[in-house]
Write a protein that binds this ligand. Sequence first.
Ligand code: DNO
Length: 356
Amino acid sequence: MQMTMRWFGTGYDSVTLQQIRQVPGVTGVITTLYGTRPGEAWELKDILALKKEVEDAGLKIAGIESVNIHDAIKTGHPDRDKYIDNYIATLERLGQADIRLICYNFMPVFDWTRSDLAKVRPDGSTVLSYNQKIIDQIDPNNMRALLEKQANGFVLPGWEPERIAKLKELFAMYQDVDEDKLFENFVYFLQRIMPTCDKYRIDMAIHPDDPAWPVFGLPRIITGKEKIQRFLKAVDNPHNGLTLCTGSLGSNPKNDIPDVIRACKGRIHFAHIRNLKHNAPGDFEEAAHLSSDGSMDMFAIMKALYDTGFDGVIRPDHGRAIWGEVSMPGYGLYDRALGCAYLNGLWEALSKTDKR
Ligand code: DNO
């Protein structure tokens, strides 16, 4: 396994590459061209400049999170092929730059959703949290303002201001898109990009829906084991794989994550490992990575990855805001570095006690 941290790029992140370089065991970053918009073809020169910046700091680009997908592709709009062509051009250029892991999502309109980005926990740390009762009272048109107020001045990933500004239009685009249609459009997209993934050995790693159920009446298709297996089978190419995001799948306590890991053996290309604490159905808050701080068994998760021979890229996920750090919510240095140390410790113990 390769331990990494997410880094949004100079000008977009409070954390520097030099800081990440000093986190024990971290050899790479997961990054993106944060200023690009979904649907745009990325320029090779921009990709190479990003790569050089990361490598000059003694790190590697382990993968891209995200190359976001234009809504025309998700909705099956007549324009979709143009945007898929752009996506393919981006993949080709990433392949030429020797970047072979792409995390993306297929969530309609909104990427991840939370009701609070700074819920105070008993220890005084703050975390992202979700409460369905609060979400049910929010007009989706106000979501952007609600989140931006708590974003500490950062642009939140997946909440591109220019796109979210056209929310009414976006919701209208999805009016006739139900779960089946969304799935069909997803398969169409994957079938078109797979030849390029084969050519450059690029692993596509879909990010599960977060939370793992429909929000604001919009359909969601990557929410649990059966649905994940359905899409892996629909496009049965090893490059069509999963980002195992424990926090997203774990938002639904019915998802047995070690079981998902075993069921998807060989198709998990990337892992986002974090813990969360369930308060009630539809009500959860993020926690420290340590098992005892939340509701999830992090040892069982790491063990399932270890036992299934996972050798992909891993990163700690959202951290708590601690020790006075101000950062993009979920993406400070301190708590994620603690997460790396803990996950590395679990992995070392698993490998040293492996009797095979
Ligand atoms: C939020 C992230 C998501 C994720 C995308 C992947 O913190 O987990 O924005 O990066 O859904 O495309």
